[in-house]
Design a protein around this ligand. Sequence first.
Ligand code: AMP
Length: 530
Amino acid sequence: MSLVHLLIRQARLQPDAPAVLRGTAVWASHRQWADRSAALASHLRAGGLVPGDRVLIFMHNHPRYLELLWGVWWAGATVLPVNAKLHPREVAWIAGNASARWAFVSADMAPAALPGVLHQVDIDSAAADSLLQPRLPWQQVPVAERAPEDLAWLFYTSGTTGRPKGVMITQRNLMTMGLTYAVDVDTVQAVDNMVYAAPMSHGCGLYAIPHLMAGARHVVPASGGVDPAELFALGRALGPLTTFAAPTIVKRLIDHAESMGLSPDDAAASFKTIVYGGAPMYAADIQRALRVMGPRFVQIYGQGETPMVATALQRHHLQDHAHPQHAQRLASVGVAQTPVQVRVADSQGQPLPSGTVGEVLVKGDTVMAGYWADPVATAAAIKDGWLFTGDMGVLDNSGFLTLKDRSKDLLISGGSNIYPREVEEVLLTAPGVAEVAVVGAADAEWGEVVVAFVVLQADAAWDTTALDRHCLEHLARFKRPKRYLQVPALPKNNYGKVLKTELRQRLTLAGDEVLTSRGRGFNAVGERAG
Ligand code: AMP
């Protein structure tokens, strides 16, 4: 088994069809892609690389990303894509932890030399050109076959708490993820255009697999990132795009469509499907997204440890307005994807009845082999084949999963559990609120109290009495925030996830002095008396 055969299949079927584009310009046909990946495999082998070795990739989105991924697999090695926004010191730590032998880097971002790496190649150099320059047709370069359990991708977690861990993703994991896409997320055809606006080092890059399975086109925007105007124009030029986007990116697309006065038909001309996930999408936000851009959204829930595959909320679920549970379903992450079982369990892993909140567990062929060189963390994460996700959630009778929060984000105030997400959902429906994050602050009397960090819409006025009144109308009294802090923006990691740890640190560092005064990033503060 090797993911390389997906490329070979297309190189035979439609060798000259445009496969990889940079903006609207063709970068490679399937044959050229296969020739270049095969050339790279030959060079890597000649340079001493053996199957199973790790090859680090630290670069911005680029058409070469795809040639590198398949070239490394052609040689039987494991790819180690690293988020392009990481600090060089973090990359050096990952290279050392994974004992990477080769590294392909953008010279402007990487440290001069990564520890332990024998061959470090600047991706924009003549040396890289030469490594990818075909000398033989791909048919003459043997593929290093792999077993389904062999590692294909070593993915380092974002490490918002502590050191990142290397998630071991196998050939089977990725093959299953790719096949599942067509069943649970979206149908793909050769005329489709998968656009890589989010980082290719993460989930977005993995979607190259289902799109290669269908022989679709792979498009890297000229900017390499998320520029809504560029993406809308690219879709109009090439045909509707498919993309994967974190909720913050979806918001930027919607803001753009609204500010340009685009209709859902205009959106349909530019986008076929927007798969969203990776962080909570609040009900109010997806309703707005559907209103502005029409029925082109699908939600997935997964994590590095079961990449892109745990549950999906499909297009037809989002559109089924007549269903009596439609509102609840909009706020859910959908139902288990086909190759996995999803369970909500107590701390012992025992299944809980539907309607009861517990930890979300996932079992199936997309679940990682374990953490790299960390048997203790592996044993804590996978028990009896069940992956303990660390997410809290609740299943309904039809199998729809609603996520509450990461277990570490749960707050306990006066002995009662409060799920920040529930408070966030309510605050987001208050007039003038653009974004919100709720965390717990230590409190002598209550143990923890609810604090809401609020980003206002551009022209909105700060009115904590109105926010409090809104919460009282929609929430149990004990769940409403004791403090509201206005912030210009929420801290987010490179994948757009809100860094609640940082918000909690701000509260600890700031103490009461800043909580009741202006300054240090807090524009204004409101504290409720009782
Ligand atoms: P990562 O491993 O970096 O992809 O992060 C995975 C985590 O992101 C999950 O464990 C969830 O906490 C969160 N997440 C992923 N997808 C969703 C989603 N659709 N809705 C809410 N949270 C999500």
